[in-house]
Design a protein around this ligand. Structure first.
Ligand code: HEM
Length: 518
């Protein structure tokens, strides 16, 4: 049959025509994506290159970082993960993508950042360079080393409260079970979150979330955790507007109402804080001024200020808590490292009250342990959502046409043997200065500069000083006051945890007892 007669016989059969047209379209798109597309030379698995479905499936199932690690190991550090998205697992990407040049600015991708943060803008999702740096300047003053020094009493108060409450819990458990010197098996995950949320609440609103006091999550925090999982699904579907529309329709009215009420609660907290006449060197004071010297709120409206602080609460608490959870989980599974850390802390201080932020900065093993914890358990395991500039740009040797979606896989990179010897082992020693000076050291060739848990460039984490201070203080006081050990049959493998933008919460149960020698 000739082509004309085939066409002729289709007339009067609209379904056949439709199916043939779809088939022809799909074949052309497939051929284009594989051969003529500007990203055709970037390696990647066929199914991912041709459609976004495997990508969305991985996000929804929480296996994204593990799937991408596996694919990067197969295809290399630059990977095409959908028709128009490239994932990078090479250290240069932090510089080439996150450090803007006059002719090259990878802006944040609204697909990701609007779904994560909502339409109301704050520093995390202001896309233009100028508006972002304006907003960041106002907040940054509250996170400088000088500001932190003034905030230290607040950090100390909650670290001490954590030790007190844990001590009570161990005591109560022992009196019930009669376990005495065996201590108690405790899930540390909520405890780390209680502490970091309470610190952030006090530093921002002048009132904690009372988690340590009540030994339970504030309902607002539970809702935020649930939202992060949902946001990951929402972000995944935003690539297909119809899918996103359908999903949004499925969100029950009651959930929207809950969100609205919680937003109102944050507004109330901000309102109360704004009415203070007290001089107080907290984060909010740098934005709104102190006492009678109220400023212009950094040019922000009241709603913007509330939105900013409601996002900061999660950016600033969940991340630090995850790093601590992951680090303690690795520590109890490596008793020799745990012992060395305990010796360093207990050998450096006579009283717990002597432990100060200044003194902790100089403890080499503590800092090495935390760097290693951040390497293996990065609280933000991948830097999602950047867009190649309209004129296109190169990164890690590949040209990316304008509008290409890009991301950096920190989790994959941190476990790459090219950068770290025995990459899956928890080895704080690699961070000690003596390893870098001794060519016989196992870790001499490690590329420590490949680690960027706080990202890089003008949008790098605004509060690295605060995060480091909290992590050092909480870990040091825990090690000073208690003896930790693993609980048989309750060990968690960090590599098995699912990730929905943030790492899933599973109980990390460890044995804690009052230190015996006090
Ligand atoms: C261990 C703890 C923390 C880690 C690993 C961490 C990591 C990061 C990373 C990777 C980014 C960049 C995200 C991106 O651009 O895609 C970021 C941004 C940010 N972080 Fe953190 N963070 C931590 C703690 C905190 C704390 C305690 C706060 C505040 C109280 C905070 C506030 C912010 C803010 C405001 C941004 C956005 C900065 C901007 O867009 O200019 N973070 N953080």
């Amino acid at each position: 049959m000739s082509f004309e007669s085939a066409l002729h016989s289709m007339q009067g059969h609209p379904w056949i025509t439709l199916i043939a047209a779809l088939f022809a379209y799909t074949t052309l798109i497939t051929l284009y994506n594989l051969t003529l597309h500007p990203l055709a030379k970037v390696p990647g698995p066929r199914l991912w290159v041709l459609t976004r479905i495997p990508y969305i499936r991985a996000l929804v199932r929480g296996t994204f970082i593990h799937d991408l690690e596996r694919l990067h190991r197969m295809y290399g550090p630059v990977l095409r993960v959908s028709p128009n998205e490239v994932s990078f697992a090479c250290a240069e990407a932090y510089n080439e993508i996150l450090q803007p040049r006059p002719t090259r600015y990878f802006q944040k991708d609204p697909i990701w950042w609007d779904s994560l943060a909502g339409k109301e803008k704050w520093v995390g999702n202001l896309y233009g360079a100028a508006e972002h740096s304006h907003a960041r300047r106002f907040l940054a003053a509250g996170f400088t080393p000088r500001a932190l020094k003034a905030q230290e009493p607040i950090l100390q108060r909650y670290a001490n409260l954590l030790i007190e409450r844990l001590g009570e819990k161990i005591g109560r458990r022992n009196s019930v079970t009669g376990a005495g010197k065996h201590g108690a098996d405790i899930d540390i995950v909520p405890w780390m979150n209680f502490t970091t949320f309470d610190i952030f609440g006090d530093l921002s609103f002048g009132e904690s979330f009372e988690c340590l006091q009540e030994t339970q999550y504030h309902p607002w925090i539970s809702m935020m955790f649930a939202h992060v999982k949902v946001a990951s699904v929402i972000a995944a579907t935003t690539f297909y507007p119809w899918m996103n529309w359908a999903l949004m329709k499925c969100i029950p009215k009651s959930t929207r109402e809950l969100q609205r009420r919680h937003h109102e609660m944050i507004k109330d907290k901000v309102k109360r804080r704004l009415n203070w006449e007290l001089e107080r060197p907290d984060i909010m004071s740098y934005v709104v001024g102190n006492g009678s010297e109220k400023k212009q709120m950094g040019g922000m409206s009241f709603d913007q200020l509330s939105t900013a602080f409601s996002h900061l609460a999660i950016a600033g608490s969940e991340t630090t808590a995850t790093a601590l959870n992951g680090t303690i989980n690795y520590l109890v599974q490596t008793p020799d490292k745990l012992g060395r850390l305990v010796d360093e802390i207990r050998g450096s201080f006579t009283n717990m009250d002597d432990i100060s932020l200044d003194s902790l900065r100089g403890l080499p093993y503590l800092n090495a342990v935390l760097n290693e914890g951040l390497r293996l358990c990065p609280p933000i395991p991948w830097i999602p959502g950047r867009l190649a500039p309209a004129e296109g740009a190169s990164a890690c040797g590949y040209f990316l046409p304008g509008g290409t979606h890009v991301s950096i896989q920190s989790y994959t990179l941190n476990r790459d043997p090219k950068y770290f010897t025995n990459p899956k082992s928890f080895a704080p020693e690699r961070w000690l200065p003596e390893c870098k000076e001794d060519p016989h050291s196992l870790y001499y060739n490690d590329n420590l500069k490949a680690l960027h848990p706080f990202a890089a460039g003008p949008r790098a984490c605004l509060a690295q000083n605060l995060a480091w201070s909290e992590m050092r203080l909480v870990l040091a006081k825990l090690m000073w006051a208690f003896d930790f050990s693993a609980v048989e049959d309750r060990q968690v493998s960090w590599e098995d945890l699912r990730t929905y933008l943030l790492v899933e919460k599973v109980p990390i149960v460890v044995n804690i007892k009052q230190r015996g020698d006090l």
